[in-house]
Design a protein around this ligand. Sequence first.
Ligand code: PMP
Length: 390
Amino acid sequence: MDVSKPDNFKVSLDVIEKTMTGAGPSNYHPRIRQAMSLPVLGHLHTETLKIMDDLKEGIKYLFQTRNSLTFCVSGPGHAALECALTNLIEENDVILIVCSGIWGTRAGNIAKRLNANVKMLYKHVGEQVSLKETRECFRMYKPKIFFMVHGESSTGMIQNNIEDYGNLCREFDCLFIVDCVITLGCTPLFVDKWKIDIAYTGTQKVLNAPPGISPITFSQRAYDKIVMRKSLVKSYNYDAILLGEYWNCFPLRPRIYHHTICSSLLYGLREAIAIFIENGGLEASWEKHGKVTRKFHSILEKNGLQLFIENAENRCPSVTSIKVPDNIDTHKIISYAMNKYKVEIGNGVGMTLGKIFRIGLMGVNCKDELAERVANILIEAIRAIENEKV
Ligand code: PMP
């Protein structure tokens, strides 16, 4: 053999259970774990196709849309982001991207690869954009596509007036893409009512489902733009029309084989949506996330910690960002919590790395007891590391 057998596999697989309270993934509900261990099925087996049909209905409910082109991309949230941009962008199309954290930057990176004419509307990290300044950019750039993040997980900020931007996009004949990866299920989102043309999300946050299968929905306007393209969609894997044919989004067209979908991920997501609905659905989840997170914030503030997003209304109810006290090394706090309690405290990311802690209380992890526990562990860790220095 040119390459010999690695010894690594002589040690059996060992995975410990952690409390997943970083910015995601969150813990699975035990039923999701069970569902994912069900037997594998083929990607065109009748039972698989029925699960895919169920999922489409579940996703339409979660997004509050009647869009028929609604399905899951096989891949993480990044794949859904890439799918949204790849289908809409044709060479030299002007895209306006709001950027106040890493997700605007990532969208810009992908758009450049697709040879779009990228215009960035930069805001300070954690700061909301206003409708007025966005309108000015629309006048200046006449974008064909507008991209906005509903919840910026790198800062914990929610852009809580996204419903105002749908009309602006219609006025300028522009398509509206919204990243709802950390907001779907924790705060109101109405894709149809708010005139959003493409919305996508991740499954590993509020839904507590496995990552790797990402819901996305396309409006009729988005569909029209795709079918009117002069050039082929630059990616086979993310071609929304082909994916829509596999997911049976066009009743008059035959179902096609596009790729081999992972049936275990479908089971996990189906069970996650079933649990979400059993627990009262969207309204109950919005209320729970709002209540638990407010309580979490008040414990932190009572103990002298400062939240990174100063205006309470702009704080995302799923991921909380907390300012790192002066002269504290975030890595030490994170290791303390993990080593002693197996509890995840997230670091900042991009511009916020080392400046904030990020804590996600999402889905099954969104409960008062856990909010108190994580807050106490963070406070204990900070005191312990501060005392170490004396
Ligand atoms: N958008 C946002 C707002 C996110 O928080 C994330 C993941 N943290 C993504 C997109 C990308 O998701 P994934 O890591 O599953 O690719």
